[in-house]
Design a protein around this ligand. Structure first.
Ligand SMILES: [Zn+2]
Length: 416
């Protein structure tokens, strides 16, 4: 089939971005749409209303993933597009939201043009991508890979997860029941802001994501003995504070020295009791490390933990190590990548291949369906901050690339 060159409706996209960006926005603190907050629910309701107003189907699954659907012929597979409407506590207007709004705009554009595609198109807003409770909860549920281990040790703590689920009428069984047969999905394409400085620096319009860095995070508790800081000789101390500082340093040293392609971050250090004149008796160090390669991520984490244990031994501390998150690295599908590249080329836009340092729903979906990601430039590389911005032209470019990609995938019989 031949498909005429069509473009998304810029005015409608603009109005939607403005309207959605107001939901949960506070001039002092930016966007607050953490999972299942009042603003988050309002944003999701807004999406369903926009879908219904356009004559699309509005759907919510048993993991509370919200979708707009443009149905294809009976029994046809689905080209899934989307991202997430939840945000970090003081976030920006574009992270996640842009991908959902552009996906919705693609559906409306195809509908306006009265194209009869051999696939269904679906714009989805995944539950809890940012990890208020679990992180990529909705995409894990939809992919059918939500394990008991994930639900037993969520980021928020298990009690909070269970109480939040019941508060909004969800259950663990419901989360599992949200699994979709991968055979019903032709592909998943996610448009997202880059959240880094590369596209802007290179002056390139579109990023074609090759792979997404995996991430392992740990909580290390070091226990020594709280003592008087004046009277206890240095060599008689079991100083958990000194252990925490050396452990935190080891995280960076191992990564920079032995795994220069990887990144690691110590995000929090807490000392107890936390007073000038008390040798800390207990310390908690939170860190994470990331790699695009599965084996390398395992080796990096193992090496860091070896060094942390050695530090604990040297300082005569007990070390308790708890893994609190694990996202495997993902590789995007080469056919989806070339569909994105061709769509950009057809629009006269420049593109470049690049990895994603941040985690995304596409990372989860890539394990079960052919998946790809379109990046658009982030002004100043800023994200997870109220000043996060993407020029409107770049939003339009991304939406049109998403449209072109969806049409190409719909035409391609290996997918449809
Ligand atoms: Zn995001």
């Amino acid at each position: 089939m031949t498909v005429p060159a069509i473009r998304i409706n810029e005015e409608r996209l603009h109005d939607d971005l403005v309207a959605l960006g107001e939901i949960g926005w506070d001039p002092a603190h930016g966007l607050a749409r953490t999972t299942f907050s009042r603003a988050h629910s309002a944003a999701r309701e807004w999406l369903l209303e926009r879908a219904r107003a356009a004559g699309l189907q509005a759907r919510v699954d048993s993991a509370a993933n919200h979708s707009a659907v443009l149905p294809g012929p009976p029994g046809s597979r689905t080209v899934l597009m989307g991202s997430h409407l939840d945000s970090v506590p003081s976030g920006g207007r574009y992270d996640g939201a842009l991908g959902v709004v552009c996906a919705l705009e693609v559906l409306r554009t195809v509908q306006d043009a009265d194209l009869r595609l051999p696939v269904s198109l679906e714009a989805i807003d995944f539950t809890d991508e940012e990890g208020t409770l679990v992180g990529t909860l909705g995409s894990w549920a939809l992919a059918g890979v939500l394990t008991a281990e994930i639900l037993a040790r969520p980021r928020s703590g298990r009690e909070r997860l269970l109480s939040e689920l019941s508060r909004v009428g969800l259950s663990e069984d419901g989360l599992r029941a949200a699994r979709r047969d991968p055979g019903t999905l032709a592909a998943y394409v996610e448009l997202h802001i880059e959240q880094g400085p590369v596209l802007e620096r290179e002056g390139v319009d579109i990023g074609v994501v090759t792979g997404i860095r995996g991430n392992m995070s740990f909580e290390v508790t070091l226990t020594g003995a709280a003592r008087h800081a004046g009277t206890t000789p240095l060599n008689a101390r079991r100083d958990a504070g000194r252990g925490a500082v050396l452990a935190a340093k080891a995280v960076g040293d191992v990564t920079a020295g032995e795994f220069p392609e990887c990144v690691a971050n110590v995000g929090d250090v807490q000392l107890e009791p936390g007073a000038f004149n008390v040798v800390p008796g207990r310390a908690r160090v939170m860190f994470e490390c990331r790699s695009v390669d599965r084996d390398e991520l395992d080796r990096l984490a193992a090496r860091i933990l070896d060094r942390v244990r050695a530090v604990a031994d040297d300082c005569r501390l007990d070390a308790e190590i708890r893994r609190v998150g694990h996202w495997a690295p993902a590789t995007t599908n080469p056919d989806v990548r070339s569909a994105i590249e061709r769509a950009a080329e057809d629009l006269g836009l420049s593109s470049m291949e690049m990895p994603s340092g941040a985690g995304h729903d596409a990372q989860v979906l890539a394990d079960v369906v052919p998946a790809g990601m379109v990046f658009v430039p982030s002004v100043g590389g800023v994200s997870h901050d109220p000043s996060e911005h993407t020029q409107f032209t770049d939003c339009v470019n991304g939406a049109n690339v998403l449209l072109g990609t969806a049409l190409a995938l719909a035409r391609d019989h290996t997918f449809a």
